[in-house]
Ligand binder design. Sequence first.
Ligand SMILES: NC(=O)C1=CN([C@@H]2O[C@H](COP(=O)(O)OP(=O)(O)OC[C@H]3O[C@@H](n4cnc5c(N)ncnc54)[C@H](OP(=O)(O)O)[C@@H]3O)[C@@H](O)[C@H]2O)C=CC1
Ligand SMILES: O=C(CO)[C@H](O)[C@H](O)COP(=O)(O)O
Length: 486
Amino acid sequence: MTQLADIGVIGMAVMGSNLAQNFARNGYKVAIYNRTYARTQDVMEHYGATAGFIPTETLGDFVAALEKPRCAIVMVKAGTPTDSTIDQLCELMEPGDIIVDCGNSLFTDTIRRERTVTAKGLNFVGCGVSGGEEGALKGPAIMPGGTAESYRRLGPMLEKIAAKAPEDGEPCCTHIGTDGAGHFVKMIHNGIEYADMQVISEAYDILRKSLGLSAPEIADIFEEWNQGDLDSYLIEITVEVLRHLDQETGRPLVDLVLDQAKQKGTGTWTVQTALDLGVPTTGIAEATFARGLSSSLKQREMAQLVCKALSLENATHEPVNDKAAFIEDVRQALYASKIVAYTQGLNLIQVGAKEYHWDIDLGETARIWRAGCIIRARFLEDVTRAYRRNPELALLLADDYFFAKIREAMPHWRRLVTFATMRGIPIPVFSSSLSYLDGIRDPELPANLIQIQRDFFGAHTYQRRDKTGVFHTLWSTPDRREVVES
Ligand SMILES: NC(=O)C1=CN([C@@H]2O[C@H](COP(=O)(O)OP(=O)(O)OC[C@H]3O[C@@H](n4cnc5c(N)ncnc54)[C@H](OP(=O)(O)O)[C@@H]3O)[C@@H](O)[C@H]2O)C=CC1
Ligand SMILES: O=C(CO)[C@H](O)[C@H](O)COP(=O)(O)O
């Protein structure tokens, strides 16, 4: 009798085919399926011989090829394609089987899908996977949601294919929480990814515009930074990218790439969720808006024309006297802004967990981000330690270790933000992160004025510093008497 598959993967594009190979390399028999069969054939042609796959042409064949209780991973385009694949699977699978969505699904979709699928007696796990093409193949960071029971069955397989942290060899996979928790955490991982990429880009921009450095020269600086606190996958690939020369022109490829950043949506979802939950996630928001600004072609064209006509294109040109000190200012601003982005992202996870009743362990979350995923960094070992010291830590930057780092960065950061502002170099995340810090530490924000303006035009009431209660001033009466609201 033909051996049945331990697990199946649907979707043979980059992520699904690599994930399937990863399972096979780890000793699992894997059934594979793709809507367009040619893609499955292509995978078989390239990897079939070594991988021990069971190729299937129809979803019915795919389901029939799985050992019971069946475990089917869906790795297709997020949104409607994922819905239709899950709907078709529900028709073919049996109670007790598990459908695992490993795509970048919106967590609220996952909550909805889990309800629908479990109502049919099947199990559903929304599972975040990060690491891109290479991670899927060699070991991604895996963020599964769903029930503890599903994790008992699925967890060992996922932990086996997950990345292992270099510090202790632990798998970068943990049961994040019920229903949409895994996709929620993956979404915020991506939001932090946006902020991390933006701060690296701001550093690159300042270095080229202020010091006139070439891409390979900036790569040398980043390579040095990668030996210290900033050691991370994103800095590492930036070094490679900045050194890469276009084969046709011999020029750095980065200089030839259009400055218009695209996005698939996870950053936007993070910001929308942050707004819904009222969590200030300014670094991620500015990073997302910066991508939007770069792609606002008509507006950019108009602004460039107007500024030229008004001779406003050049702000002051403060010279850089001490190049080494300046580069250190940039490094410190990058590091401090990164601490702020993580502070905000992790705060959003805390608030989301409360709202959606998930028991999310932030130390565990940081632990599984240490390897495999796009934001992997030495830094995450320090974040893990901070939450191990205090699992309830409400503000990462208030942890002793990170606060000391912020304190050290502060003069460099302020100097750099001032310099870039005077020079007219856009630094949306460097500057908004500094403002966030200045705001969150300020015992006297101007929100008192906003409250009283709201009371003036809308009778929205206010509270007072000097006594308890809720108050309203009768602004439209001649004596403007204050009344106590019940
Ligand atoms: N690329 C990355 O770095 C990462 C991607 N992800 C997520 O993983 C998932 C897969 O990503 P990726 O490998 O890049 O592939 P894509 O997101 O480009 O999706 C392509 C796959 O989806 C299938 N598909 C598209 N529409 C349908 C449909 N209507 N019904 C059934 N199948 C359909 C395609 O099948 P067909 O060949 O027939 O068109 C193909 O297998 C996505 O959800 C993505 O967001 C997660 C982490 C990282
Ligand atoms: O999930 C990922 C990595 O973790 C993907 O690479 C993600 O699609 C990248 O997002 P965007 O296309 O919006 O930049």
